[in-house]
Design a protein around this ligand. Structure first.
Ligand SMILES: [Ca+2]
Ligand SMILES: [Ca+2]
Ligand SMILES: [Ca+2]
Ligand SMILES: [Ca+2]
Length: 457
């Protein structure tokens, strides 16, 4: 059988094991190719090579090679040290021509009792006479008298020689051909066949083990290649990033997410990107609500963080506050409370003027949706037979407001158009009292100051 018989990590016992197995299965022999042993099919060179052995040499096929031995010796016991019998019929034989005149001996059951002569000595083919009168083996490999193929290696044997192949080659058709170890899966990953040998290598992400055959995953994370987290994988590694970061195109560094670019609704006012996160900020006059994104007005009047004097009244509005000075009524008006001026009916100058002026303040968000009811008016004293007319007397040049009467005695100020801050609007809202029974017509004013915030919150 052809092929790999098994993997061996050591050569000595492995060679012996392979050989015994090969003998059992009738395979030609074992080749120790660095780390593995092959059972090779034997080729009968004697059958396919026309001139495997020359002259009278007989070709004997052997496992993994063939042997040239003198004809006639093959079928009798091999006795290399027995001197050949003298041939009396050739008394003048030239010792140099022993190979030419060699006649194969026949097996004899009884040794002849001819007297022995020391010279001339005749030796069987493959042996030459030595000085001590014995026949010594001819080293055909040393004397270059062998007929091994140039690809083969000559191995001298007693009375002959063997043509064999060096490690990493096998004999095919009388030629030593390189074993393509790669075909037999010698390497775990990459294999490069070379004449007489082979070499293994590994894919990127693997290192060759000391056995020069198997590959070991590289623990890339030990080199800390990732800016955040690292996960070793078989043959590679992966980087991951902390929350709020994403992996860059290089696969190792982490880029902060710009959460602010995801949506313009993350923050009520302004988003500030930070490494791994983001934060919302608020304009002056506001603080960041506990939800982290809304802005709440700072009530400077409540916190005391204002510049109002003790004479002034602090009025808070969205995004700011104002210090209101003590009421000062313009003559002929006189103050009747801290927010109301009155023109006395007895005073002739007051006849064409509103009877009272009430000062009120309110705040309004910039860009508030419309229409919106923002202020209520109501008659506080009702005379029988009277009716009331509510109207905006001044301050409505932009026609943002209108007055809607809700009953005989009340009306609502309606914001009809969007109004942008920061702005301060002063409206004089007039309530006219008409009593035709007593032929009375009089008015009173609410002077409403509206602080429109800069921001829509
Ligand atoms: Ca090879
Ligand atoms: Ca790895
Ligand atoms: Ca970020
Ligand atoms: Ca405020």
């Amino acid at each position: 059988p052809l092929g790999v018989r098994g993997w061996w990590t050591q050569t000595g016992p492995a060679v012996a094991a392979c050989r015994s197995e090969c003998a059992a299965v009738g395979c030609s022999g074992c080749r120790n190719a660095l780390i593995a042993l092959l059972c090779l099919p034997d080729v009968n060179e004697c059958g396919i090579l026309p001139q495997a052995c020359q002259g009278d040499m007989q070709c004997i096929n052997q496992i993994g090679g063939y042997r040239c031995i003198p004809a006639g010796l093959y079928d009798r016991p091999f006795r290399p040290n027995s001197p050949a019998l003298p041939e009396l019929s050739y008394p003048d034989a030239d010792p140099d021509r022993t190979a030419d005149v060699f006649l194969p001996g026949r097996p004899r059951s009884v040794e002849p009792s001819y007297p022995r002569v020391s010279s001339p000595l005749l030796c069987t083919l493959g042996y030459a006479p030595a000085a001590d009168g014995t026949c010594n083996d001819v080293d055909e490999c040393e004397t270059n008298s062998h007929h091994c193929n140039p690809t083969q290696v000559c191995i001298n044997t007693a009375g002959g020689y063997t043509c064999s192949c060096t490690e990493g080659y096998w004999l095919i058709g009388g030629q030593c051909q390189d074993i393509d170890e790669c075909r037999y899966g010698y390497c775990q990953q990459l294999c490069a066949n070379t004449p007489g040998s082979y070499s293994c290598s590994c894919n990127p992400g693997f290192n060759l083990n000391p056995d020069q055959r198997t590959c070991q995953d590289v623990e890339e994370c030990e080199e800390e290649p990732c800016s955040h987290g690292c996960i070793n994988t078989y043959g590679s590694f992966m980087c991951n990033c902390d929350e709020g970061f994403e992996l860059a195109a290089d696969g190792t560094s982490c880029i902060d997410w710009d959460e602010c670019s995801f949506s313009e609704f993350l923050c009520q006012y302004r988003c500030v990107n930070t490494p791994g996160s983001f934060s919302c900020i608020c304009p002056p006059g506001y603080y960041l609500y506990e939800d982290g994104r809304s802005c709440e007005d700072i009530n400077e009047c409540d916190t005391g963080n204002n510049t109002c004097t003790t004479q002034q009244v602090c009025f808070n509005f969205q995004g700011g506050y104002i210090c209101l000075n003590p009421l000062q009524c313009q003559p002929p008006y006189v103050a009747v409370s801290d927010n109301q001026c009155m023109c006395s009916a007895e005073n002739p100058d007051c006849r064409s003027r509103p009877f009272t002026i009430l000062y009120r303040h309110m705040d309004l968000s910039s860009g508030r949706t419309v229409p919106a009811d923002i202020f209520q008016m109501q008659a506080t004293t009702r005379y029988p037979g009277s009716f009331y007319i509510f109207q905006i007397q001044s301050g409505n040049d932009g026609r943002e407001f209108h007055m809607r009467q809700t009953s005989n005695v009340s009306a609502t100020l309606v914001l009809a158009r969007p109004i942008k801050g920061p702005r301060e609007v002063v409206l004089d809202l007039e309530m006219v009292t008409v009593n035709n029974v007593i032929n009375f017509r009089g008015s009173s004013i609410i002077r409403l100051t509206i602080y429109v915030s800069e921001h829509p919150f």
